[in-house]
Design a protein. Structure first.
Length: 319
């Protein structure tokens, strides 16, 4: 098939592109390289069935041209990372909302099936874990920049479901929980690559907040498997799916695990959220997905455990 990946030079997008190329598809990528990197696609950028377009999903003319030529669109382009979103609030909102609206409009125009990448941030401060896809959302004040991201992705979901209901556009929504693996950078606040890089350099591992907050880290190869199976299962159209793992760990325990596995002399330090981000910053204490729905629909379960994932990232950084 001919397939477009928006944000295809990003961390997840590049792994998805690589897998789709291995399966014999013709892959088109659009990426403005704001958080994506050319080195992510270095290994396959010269393949004859790979086509890179440097540009934004806000460029309607370019997007129209690209989607007119494909059968499927994986829409991963978005403002990502807490640090990036707080530093670029206006661009983040426009990219997430207007970019998704553009993608859905042209997918509908050319009858291309779409997968829309959403986020676990949708659930906000809800503490009733694990989160299932129909759970209520509990968001903080609009004065806190980070909640704008979750709201923008919620609008993306509403748009996608509206296109499905009104226009019969086949679209699948995936709510990604912390996805990690080789090629991910800690530059925009992603905690695991940031810890590993610091540990390998024997630099302090800095934890924001108390470190008691818990997260679940899924391997990018498992996430890519889920995306492709969901996209190619007709019954999944018009549905929302959590994609992640249920293996939970506190951030303090994560830092200690990384330190041990890297044989590092790093100190573990703590920093107030306000000092790291902005005054009044809020975080969710626990974030864990209920994976019952995705297992029932496509039989998908994550294969990789955290220790193996950390080992893969350590190998990547060492190389």
């Amino acid at each position: 098939m001919k397939i477009l990946i928006t944000g295809g030079a990003g961390f997840i997008g590049s792994h998805l592109a690589e897998r789709l190329l291995q399966e014999g598809n013709e892959v088109y990528v659009i990426d403005n390289l704001s958080t994506g990197r050319l080195e992510n696609i270095e290994a396959f950028k010269d393949k004859p069935n790979f086509h890179l377009n440097i540009g934004s999903v806000l460029n309607r003319e370019l997007l129209d041209k690209l989607i007119s030529n494909v059968e499927q669109v994986y829409h991963l382009a978005a403002a990502v990372g807490v640090k990036y979103i707080i530093e670029n609030p206006l661009l983040s909102l426009k990219t997430n909302i207007m970019g998704t609206d553009n993608v859905l409009e042209f997918c509908n125009k050319y009858k291309a099936k779409a997968l829309i990448a959403s986020t676990s941030e949708i659930y906000g401060k809800n503490e009733q874990i694990p989160f299932s896809e129909t759970d209520d959302r509990l968001l903080g004040s609009t004065h806190i920049s980070r909640w704008g991201y979750g709201c923008s992705k919620a609008i993306d979901e509403f748009l996608a479901l509206a296109y499905f209901r009104e226009k019969k556009l086949p679209v699948v929504i995936v709510r990604c929980f912390n996805t990690v693996g080789p090629r991910q950078t800690g530059q925009y606040g992603m905690v695991l690559p940031k810890f590993i890089k610091a540990a390998l350099l024997n630099q302090p591992l800095v934890i924001y907040g108390t470190g008691e907050q818990t997260r679940c880290f899924a391997d990018v190869s498992d996430v890519v498997d889920a995306f492709i199976k969901l996209m190619n299962t007709p019954e999944c159209a018009g549905e929302i799916f959590n994609v992640g793992t249920t293996e939970s760990i506190s951030i303090t325990d994560l830092a200690q695990k990384v330190k041990d596995m890297c044989h590092s002399k790093s100190r573990i330090e703590y920093m107030r959220y306000e000092d790291a981000f902005e005054e009044g910053f809020e975080d969710m204490m626990h974030r864990q997905p209920d994976l019952t729905k995705i297992k029932n629909f496509i039989g998908w379960e994550p294969k990789h455990k955290l220790d193996h994932i950390i080992s893969r990232i350590i190998d990547y950084y060492e190389k």
